[in-house]
Design a protein around this ligand. Structure first.
Ligand code: NAP
Ligand code: SF4
Length: 673
């Protein structure tokens, strides 16, 4: 352990007896979509290689099914035949040549599979899938065990350092473990001894088949966060039995995919569940891996130093920055591109069957396609606007060797990020701003703040001009729009006084954000205890699944969140985070109304019509969150100008703009110039 580093525990090797891991950082399993087709394995190898080169100790692949019934998707990722082994060898070699270790995750989706062949412990459909599972017969169970063993042996043949058996998040083995999904009356169901028979049998049989010098990690659900889940006593018994059966590592799983409790989105306090891993660690001899919302070396180091875990799992943070470990080791933690737990480009893509990437790092899983090659001829490049699109373009252009000047009319960089960071539960945006500030400095970008550029001003001075001036809020044509009680969302997020009864016109991402802002009691992240209470989480897991009645909210304001479209507001929010925002507002009594026709605003309030009924919301303020329009001032007008003018982000198209598109557009353009 080196005393010179601020992260001595994080960077300390871990000796498993037959193999030594170079540090305590595990890149947790994350399905990118590249796993599903063997012809994408070149891209997958490049993705893993970059993370191994960046110093990660142990990489765990996305999930691979051991048989067809275990597929996540029809023809989805699997390892079932020796014909697939050469492709997998590309992955193992890519990682091991960089000094890393890699485990194949064996994932049987059980009733979470999105296809008609799904099986489970009992024939009970999951609330989040379309297909009813077939109950596995005794013979089916034995064949499933054999499939897991075959998969592990194939992984060994492909050069993996071991396997991780996915037993959490509500997948098949979790389905066998919990009474919620296991209502069998044979030797695979009933009491805990029977319910855990399948996972234990799988571990024992794999151990026998692969020998002692092959890592077996088991990802166990420590807190199911669903009704009919297990209690702490059950978890403890299962973990000890797994240890006896021959595992080398125990990884922490928190919550099922169908849980109605958030476990990884940005509003979950950092390391919120580490205490549960710590409790298990005291019960076991094998190393325990902590996971969920660990996104900085400081948090990881603290958990390890406090003895909460032996290793830390970070999946998304390593999408965001493949050099996370290297930068921490070099004392450059401030240049880490921190994962903001938004899920917008990773999990939201994975659940929509699109290739996962990262909002703050669009190269993630596109390493062979989005390359930042050194420019052959360095150019003088002006970037106008230091919002997400402009920052991204400026950094990539400078990284490639261009001489970049970045103009910003405001007194700080960040554009819309400066608003996002004020929204409760979105404090992680501070990290993105810190990253960009450090990066501009490292790369020698000439940053000119408080500098508004007029049309034609830069003509002839630069080889390329990138216009990233962003958006302006949409103005509405509505009688009374000029009334004193009407505010724009920018005014509100910048601190304008707001009354106790408020109607918000527009229920997109910003409407939801402004509502959360108006409900918040304080600046800064929600304290862990309060957050646990709001969502009804019992970290002691003394009740089945660790669920208790949520605390009642005492909202400080009465809010109405409105949209013209029929249906419940919030349907267009992120797939894996939208439900959290909706549940948060409902918990605070916010009225979410669709199908609204706005009539006028006056001293009485907001007059509107819903279902043909006219009514007046007697509100103190009406906040307009009705989307944006591009800022067109600097758009090129002459064809000649066009050649060297590039318009990106919201300035190009405000519709469906988000930071993901802005950052990607900036990076893609700068990679081409
Ligand atoms: P948005 O998502 O396009 O929502 C605009 C809202 O305004 C809609 O509810 C729309 O609903 C309403 N609206 C549009 N034109 C209107 C008009 N003329 N009169 C009255 N209402 C009107 O835009 P946004 O909320 O400003 O968000 C901008 C971008 O940032 C979006 O891409 C969003 O996804 C992203 N963002 C995401 C998050 C997140 O949590 N993931 C958070 C913040 C922002 P109706 O047309 O039905 O009335
Ligand atoms: Fe993290 Fe968001 Fe990137 Fe996913 S998309 S890795 S949550 S920053």
């Amino acid at each position: 352990m080196s005393a010179a580093t601020p992260y001595p525990h994080l960077l300390a090797p871990l000796d498993l007896g037959f193999v030594r891991l170079r540090n305590r950082v595990v890149m947790g399993s994350m399905h990118t979509g590249l796993e599903d087709r063997l012809w994408d394995f070149g891209k997958l190898a490049a993705y893993y290689r970059e993370r191994a080169r960046g110093g990660v100790g142990l990489i765990i692949t996305g999930g691979f099914a051991p048989n067809r019934e275990g597929w996540l998707l029809p023809m989805g990722s699997s390892l079932t035949s020796s014909l697939q082994v050469p492709a997998h060898r590309r992955l193992t070699q890519a990682v091991q040549r960089e000094g890393g270790r890699i485990l194949l995750q064996i994932l049987h989706a059980g009733r979470y599979g999105y296809h008609p062949l799904v099986v489970s412990a009992s024939s009970i459909k999951s609330p989040i899938s379309w297909f009813s599972p077939r109950e596995l017969s005794e013979r089916g169970i034995l064949r499933t065990i054999a499939a897991f063993v075959r998969c592990a042996k194939l992984a060994q043949a492909a050069g993996y350092d071991g396997v991780e058996i996915m037993g959490s998040e509500g997948y098949l083995l979790n389905q066998f473990l919990c009474p919620r999904t296991n209502q069998r009356e044979d030797r695979w169901g009933g009491d805990l001894g029977n319910r855990m028979r399948l996972p234990l049998e799988i571990v024992r049989r794999i151990r026998r088949a692969v020998g002692e010098r092959f890592i077996i990690s088991y990802r166990l659900s420590l807190l199911d966060l669903v009704e009919g889940g297990n209690t702490w006593e059950d978890v403890r018994v299962v973990a000890r039995a797994l240890e006896t059966a021959g595992i080398d590592l125990l990884n922490s799983g928190i919550g099922w995919h169908e849980s109605r409790v958030p476990t990884i989105v940005t509003s979950v306090p950092r390391a919120a569940f580490a205490e549960v891993s710590a409790r298990l660690r005291r019960e076991l001899r094998v190393p325990v891996i902590a996971s969920n919302r660990i996104n900085t070396p400081e948090v990881a180091e603290q958990l390890l130093a406090q003895g909460h875990a032996d290793m830390v799992s970070m999946a998304r943070p390593l999408l965001a920055d493949p050099q996370f470990v290297q930068k921490a080791a070099a004392g450059r933690a401030e240049s880490i591109n921190t994962c903001i737990a938004c899920n917008q480009a990773c999990l939201d893509h994975a659940f929509a069957n699109r290739r996962a990437s990262c909002l703050v790092n669009p190269r993630a899983a596109f390493e062979t396609e989005l390359r930042y090659r050194k420019a052959r001829i360095p150019k003088r490049i002006a970037v106008i606007g230091a919002g997400p699109a402009g920052l991204s373009a400026a950094c990539v252009a400078a990284e490639r060797g261009h001489r970049v000047t970045l103009f910003e009319a405001a007194s700080e960089i960040g554009g819309q990020f400066n608003l996002a960071k004020r929204v409760p539960g979105k404090e992680e945006f501070h990290e993105t701003l810190r990253y960009f500030a450090v990066r501009l400095d490292e790369l020698g970008v000439d940053l000119r703040l408080n500098r508004r550029i007029e049309r034609g001003e830069l003509q002839g001075q630069y080889d390329e001009v990138i216009v990233a001036t962003g958006i302006r809020p949409r103005t509405l044509q509505l009688p009374g729009i000029g009334h004193a009680k009407v505010l724009g969302y920018l005014d509100v997020l910048r601190g304008a006084p707001v009354g106790e009864k408020v109607a918000l016109i527009g229920a997109g991402g910003i409407g939801f954000d402004v509502a959360s802002y108006l409900l918040a009691e304080r600046d800064g992240p929600q304290p862990l205890g309060e957050w646990l209470g709001q969502w009804g989480i019992d970290l002691d897991n003394s009740t089945p699944g660790g669920l208790i009645p949520p605390t009642e909210a005492q909202p400080r304001r009465q809010l109405w969140l409105l949209q013209r479209k029929a249906g419940q507001p919030g349907a267009g929010l992120g797939r894996t985070s939208g439900w959290v925002h909706r549940a948060h507002l409902k918990h605070h009594g916010v009225r979410l109304l669709g199908g609204v026709e706005y009539l006028c605003i006056d001293d009485q309030g907001l007059h509107l019509r819903i279902d043909g009924q006219q009514q007046c919301l007697a509100v103190d303020n009406v906040v307009i969150c009705a989307g944006q329009e591009p800022l067109l001032e600097l758009q090129p007008t002459q064809p000649a100008e066009n050649l060297r003018h590039h318009v990106i982000g919201g300035a190009r198209m405000a519709r469906e703009l988000d930071a993901k598109r802005a950052i990607r557009e900036g990076a893609e353009l700068a990679a081409r110039l």
